[in-house]
Ligand binder design. Sequence first.
Ligand SMILES: *[C@@H]1O[C@H](CO)[C@@H](O)[C@H](O)[C@H]1NC(C)=O
Ligand SMILES: *[C@@H]1O[C@H](CO)[C@@H](O)[C@H](O)[C@H]1NC(C)=O
Ligand SMILES: *[C@@H]1O[C@H](CO)[C@@H](O)[C@H](O)[C@H]1NC(C)=O
Ligand SMILES: *[C@@H]1O[C@H](CO)[C@@H](O)[C@H](O)[C@H]1NC(C)=O
Length: 653
Amino acid sequence: MYNILTFHFVLAFASCADLPTLYEYYTGDGVTSGLSVDQPYFTLNGKNITIYSGAMHYFRIPPQHWRDRLRKLRAAGLNTVETYIPWNLHEPRNGSFDFGSGGSDMEMFLDLEGYLTAAQEEDLLVIVRPGPYICAEWEWGGYPSWLLRDENVKIRTAEATYMEYVERYFNTLLPILAKYQFTNGGPIVAVQVENEYGYSPEIDKEYLQQLYDIVKNNDIVELLVTSDGASSGTSGTLPGLLFQTVNFGGDAATVFGILEGLQPGKPLMGMEFYPGWLDHWTDVHHTVTDNDFKNNYEDVLSYPASVNLYMFHGGTNWGFLNGASIESSDDNSEFEPCTTSYDYDAPLTEAGDYTSKYDIIKELVAQYNPVQTLTPEPPALVERQAYPDLPIDGQLSFNDIVSKTTSIPSTMILSMEQLPINDNSGQSYGYSVYRQEGLNITADSTLTITGHIRDTVMILIDGVLISNPLSSSDDLNNFGYWRLDNSTITLTTSDLTEVTLDIVIENWGRANGGLFYHQLKGLMDDNHVYLNDQELTYWLIYPLEFKKSFNNELSGWNSVEDGDLPKGPGLYRATLTLSDDITDTFIDMSEWNKGLVIVNGFVLGKYAFIGPQQTLYLPGPFLQPGNNEIIIFEHFKPASAVKFSKDTIFNTP
Ligand SMILES: *[C@@H]1O[C@H](CO)[C@@H](O)[C@H](O)[C@H]1NC(C)=O
Ligand SMILES: *[C@@H]1O[C@H](CO)[C@@H](O)[C@H](O)[C@H]1NC(C)=O
Ligand SMILES: *[C@@H]1O[C@H](CO)[C@@H](O)[C@H](O)[C@H]1NC(C)=O
Ligand SMILES: *[C@@H]1O[C@H](CO)[C@@H](O)[C@H](O)[C@H]1NC(C)=O
């Protein structure tokens, strides 16, 4: 049968039927060598290659959508996907690892082998960046918080205790990566050692040498690279052992000119070229215009150079995993937490939609890539809908919540990491409640916490919030937040007898770079707490981690009278009942104030009305037919409903 449809089909097919896949082109005659930099251009298995790469972090994408995102990347004409590997997720407790079945709350994101396999099956090469430090605007730059329990540990140096932990982790991770190397028939063509080490406040070349040795001892044979800003010179690398790449947002000619000077006769590669940028809470949502992006990207391709787009698809900082910036001081005064969305104004949006930058990439790569291979049709969009508004159908007060956790009595103040829980790995994320019972507080008494709060604090007396709600970004300069050095609040205007005082400290994400050595959260040594002039000691400390096991067992929900929602921290529940029309969506939190959203036990992420982010991406695969429990931990003031949006919303703070 011949009709116009089959005619089109035959034409479309014929035009690319003679093209080989990427793997047919590079490995069709067997594999004898990997990525080589022994000449002024890259070769792979002896054939010329320009690396057109895009960054996509498996741990920021729902695994059920990995294929969709990878295929979209390949369909843009890119030949390589790049990913960081986060130590804090893969070794969530001291000595216990999770690569997809380790039982941690993030387990579903951690099947690294599944991601590498999917990338290869989608006809992509892979660059991995296992750190151990990754920055990535990720909680403590990817370091596990339990490292903070050992005061000897000096991250990013050759200090022996730190290196023991690094070596144990790498000896577990690298054998997994080794199997997936290109010359072993897998997709990995390059492995990065450390990350922007040239920016480290303390450069220790012995550290890089030891990392290099550990990598080599684990049979990593593919190209080893470092990446740094051009201004770092060779301070972040080991010339001759590690191949140097550069990170930049524009002015390719200058940047590659410097790199050619540093590494004469070698190919050029940008490991991080920024088509967009990240947001912190209170920022104006960052964007890079199509025009700037197009000009800057074309400058790179025409130079010509290889390049990795950071990010091609940003994804989401689930749960508690956002990082934060700190500028020049490590006392937390300049703390700036990253938003939950890591949309990054990237060519594929947080929910995987195409943008005009995607089209620009497809067009430019087709124009500049001298090697033609078969690329797939761009996949259809993943469906999304706005589900109907949901009423709040249950409520738990702050005291209800605290009563479901176990207290840790302590004469001294302990940070969350120092708590003797989680097999002595401490508390990594969430909130810690520091409680005093049976206090007599006279009228006009003040509470003072010395130092800077890490990161926010709420004060409750007998379960009632005393500190002010967050009403604007300016409030971040006041009591309740990190900017004040020494925070003081008046507790009461009348005499109180035998009351319970709660100091609720939130970890809003550990800094991901710079002077980020002191990242303990909660109250600690430099926070002395005074009631008037008297220092308070003897604490009951309650870890509020909101783990899946805890969230899924919440019970005793109180009914909610219409329009009668209490103020202050509490949990609010709504139920989304679905048949089989389950799609992706966004939860619109613009009418709420500040807190966390939990879906079927999984902490989806943090929200704060100050923006710019107003909506939380909720992937369809996190929902199920039947009832879905949506629980909100709101600090200050609940809204009367849970609302949804088909699209993302950013405001201007
Ligand atoms: C590989 O690229 C180099 C530099 O552009 C060029 O001189 C050489 O001819 C190319 N080799 C092949 C086989 O195309
Ligand atoms: C990790 O566990 C080992 C063995 O129990 C212990 O000796 C070490 O102190 C722990 N490290 C940290 C940072 O807690
Ligand atoms: C608090 O006041 C009550 C009533 O006046 C008194 O019985 C109690 O001993 C006081 N507690 C402390 C710790 O001073
Ligand atoms: C904070 O309190 C400490 C200890 O009382 C004091 O040394 C310091 O000067 C205070 N800082 C400010 C900014 O008042």
